[in-house]
Write a protein that binds this ligand. Structure first.
Ligand SMILES: NC(=O)c1ccc[n+]([C@@H]2O[C@H](COP(=O)([O-])OP(=O)(O)OC[C@H]3O[C@@H](n4cnc5c(N)ncnc54)[C@H](OP(=O)(O)O)[C@@H]3O)[C@@H](O)[C@H]2O)c1
Length: 288
C-alpha cells in the first residue's frame, strides 16, 4: 500500500495498516513529515508533487491512497495532472482511492444529498477537487486501473479541532442563520478508507460523513464546552460578511445534508462515531 499525502489521516491509516502487518509507504513533501513517519516505523518517500515525479516503478501494480490536497489556488488540480502524467514512468497503480470533498456538490440549500446528485462546485477549492475527480476518471478509462472516490465531509479528531480559532474568539452566526454542515471522525474515516480500498467495486463513489448533519455554530459551541473555552461570540449575517475570512464565509454560503446510506449499505460499515455527541468526547484527554 502506498499513501500519497501521508499527513494527519495518512499517518493514522498507515499505523492501522502497519498494525495489520501490511507493508506501507507514505509520500510527504517535507523532511519533518518524513521523520515523523520513520518514527512510526513507516517507510517515507519525500517528493514535491508540484515539481517532481515519482521514482520508476514506485506505483506500478500498487494500491494507492491519494490523500494529497490540490494546490491552494486556481480551478485546476495541477498536482494531480503531474502525478497522473508521471505514471508513465512510475507505473500504473492497480487501484487508486481518492479523497475528494463534499464541496463538489456546491450549495444545495439544505437539501439531503446522495451520490446521484450532480456536482455543481462553486468555490474554487471545490472546482479543483472536481477537476481532480474528472482527471482520475479519465485515467481509469485509458489505463484500465481501478478507481474509488470518497467525498469526505469536515474531518475532526484528536488534535484536529478548531481550538486556536476558539481561543481567538472568532465570531460565528446564530444557529438559525448557520447552514447545514457535515462531519466525520478521523478514526471512522480511516476505517472507511480501508473498507473502500478492500471492498468497493471499481468506479464506486461514496459520501464519507457520519450521517448526522449539524451546523457550524453548534459544532464550535460543542468543542468550546468540552475544551473549557468560551463559546464564540454571535454576530449577524451582515456583520459576519464584514468580519469573517473569505474562506469561512465560503463555507457559510453552502448548505447540504449528506446521506451516507450508500457507504453503510454497500461497504457494510458500522461507524464508531455516528454523531458529534459520541465523537467529540473521544478527542479530549487521550494520548493522541
Ligand atoms: N480537513 C477537512 O475537513 C477535509 C475534508 C475533506 C477532505 N479533506 C482532505 O483530506 C485529505 C487528508 O487530510 P489530512 O488532514 O490528512 O491532510 P494533511 O494533514 O494536511 O496532509 C496532507 C499531506 O499531503 C502532503 N502534501 C501536500 N502538498 C504536497 C505536495 N505538493 N507534494 C507532496 N505532498 C504534499 C503533505 O506533506 P507535508 O506534511 O510534508 O507537507 C501531507 O503529508 C486532504 O486532501 C484534505 O484536503 C480534508
Amino acid at each position: 500500500m502506498f499513501i500519497i499525502g501521508c499527513g494527519y489521516i495518512g499517518q493514522r491509516l498507515a499505523r492501522r495498516l502497519r498494525d495489520d502487518g501490511q507493508p506501507v509507504q507514505g509520500l510527504v513533501r517535507s523532511a519533518e513529515s518524513a521523520a515523523a513517519l520513520e518514527r512510526l516505523g513507516i517507510g517515507a518517500l519525500i517528493r514535491d508533487l508540484d515539481r517532481e515525479t515519482l521514482p520508476a516503478d514506485s506505483t506500478r501494480g500498487r494500491q494507492v491512497f491519494f490523500l494529497a490536497p490540490p494546490p491552494p489556488r486556481g480551478q485546476r488540480d495541477t498536482r494531480m495532472r503531474r502525478f497522473l502524467a508521471g505514471l508513465e514512468h512510475s507505473g500504473q497503480p492497480r487501484r487508486i482511492l481518492y479523497i475528494s470533498t463534499t464541496g463538489v456538490y456546491g450549495d444545495c440549500q439544505g437539501a439531503w444529498v446522495d451520490e446521484t446528485r450532480p456536482a455543481r462546485p462553486r468555490a474554487d477549492r471545490a472546482r479543483r477537487r472536481w477537476d481532480a475527480e474528472q482527471q482520475l476518471r479519465a485515467w481509469r478509462e485509458r489505463s484500465g486501473g481501478e478507481l474509488v472516490i470518497l467525498r469526505v465531509a469536515g474531518i475532526y479528531g484528536p488534535g484536529k479541532l478548531p481550538l486556536a480559532r476558539l481561543r481567538r474568539q472568532v465570531p460565528m452566526v446564530a444557529e438559525a442563520d448557520a447552514p447545514w454542515t457535515n462531519r466525520i471522525h478521523a478514526d471512522d474515516l480511516v476505517e472507511v478508507c480501508l473498507a473502500a480500498m478492500r471492498r468497493a467495486p471499481d468506479g464506486a463513489l461514496y459520501n464519507a460523513c457520519d450521517g448526522t448533519p449539524g451546523n457550524m455554530t453548534d459544532y464550535f459551541n460543542r468543542v468550546a464546552d468540552l475544551a473549557g473555552l468560551p463559546r464564540p461570540p454571535i454576530v449577524s449575517l451582515a456583520e459576519a460578511r464584514e468580519t469573517l475570512s473569505s474562506g469561512l464565509l465560503s463555507y457559510l454560503a453552502e448548505s447540504r445534508r449528506l446521506s451516507n446510506r450508500r457507504l453503510l449499505d454497500e461497504l457494510g460499515i458500522q461507524l464508531r462515531y455516528p454523531d458529534l455527541e459520541r465523537g467529540l468526547p473521544s478527542c479530549f484527554g487521550g494520548p493522541d
